[in-house]
Design a binder for this molecule. Sequence first.
Ligand code: AQP
Length: 328
Amino acid sequence: MSRVFSGIQPSGELHIGNYLGAVKNWVTLQSEFECIFCIVDLHAITQPYEPAELEARTLEMATSLLAAGIDPERSTLFVQSHVPEHAELAWVFNIVAPLGELERMTQFKEKAARQESVPAGLLNYPVLQAADILLYRAERVPVGEDQLQHLELAREIARRWNARFGRDFFPEPQAMLSPATRIMGLDGAAKMSKSLGNTIGVLESPEAIWEKLRPAMTDPARKTRRDPGNPDICNIYRLHQFFSAPAEVTMVAEQCRSAGWGCLDCKRVLADNMIAALAPVRERAAALAARPAYVREVLAAGAARARRIAGAVMGEVRQRMGFLPAGV
Ligand code: AQP
């Protein structure tokens, strides 16, 4: 069975962009692949964050992932900082990672522009990501479109390390895209992102979902209810494609083009479908939130499993790179 690796930052709540772009795909892949899923807290600290909140956010992300359908009997779910080899391999990869390409990464440029003082960790974020994947010699990586550039760099790092230290030791990991490659934020201006506050959380209450959808951006040409719209440029229509039945999606498009429905009518239908689709996840999350000890046990078992693989791979890396073995 070929191995799949993917990660998610505990930098905020699990939102429908993460869910549709990545996590829903992870759940399906569990039946076909050996899956390793990681809550990447070392990545999350590359952006401004509150130390007092990180622990709770990490536990909350684990709870959300389990509620979304990650099955610890079939997949390995763990926290990145519980396996120190991630940081060690990232350091090693720093010697083959091309600085020019790191500086050209879109995510680096966007996130750096939002910070007054740019930490080196933000620049090296994709190096750590390459280490995450290659530490498990994973061949496939289910991600959203925003991560394709980072994955290309991971392949470049694997090629450069292999060329210098060990032919074909690391596979070149391939992306697995879900149909929801890039979900836009509710403002319609940027991709939905935890750090931009333009999200709908997977665990949000029905009232909160409606309150967020109500003012969300639609086709700007629909200034009044009587103006016909173009569903192809409307973010709400795109969300319908993931939450509504095909016949309803067709009807939404027709009602938009003919101005039969106003945007609010269209949003109400979307809200109802979204609330219904996410209800089982919310219910499971509420049950799991009452059992934090169980969630910690899952993470501990996952970390133990991950460490076994990571330890063996890192041992081989150290040997190939010529480090003096520890001990006598
Ligand atoms: N808007 C999106 N549409 C589709 N997929 C998305 N992903 C994220 N946003 C969207 C995918 O979700 C997975 C986990 O993402 P992440 O937490 O590791 O990092 P990110 O891409 O940086 O996510 P955010 O929400 O934008 O977090 P912040 O704001 O903290 O940086 C990835 O597979 C990603 O592709």
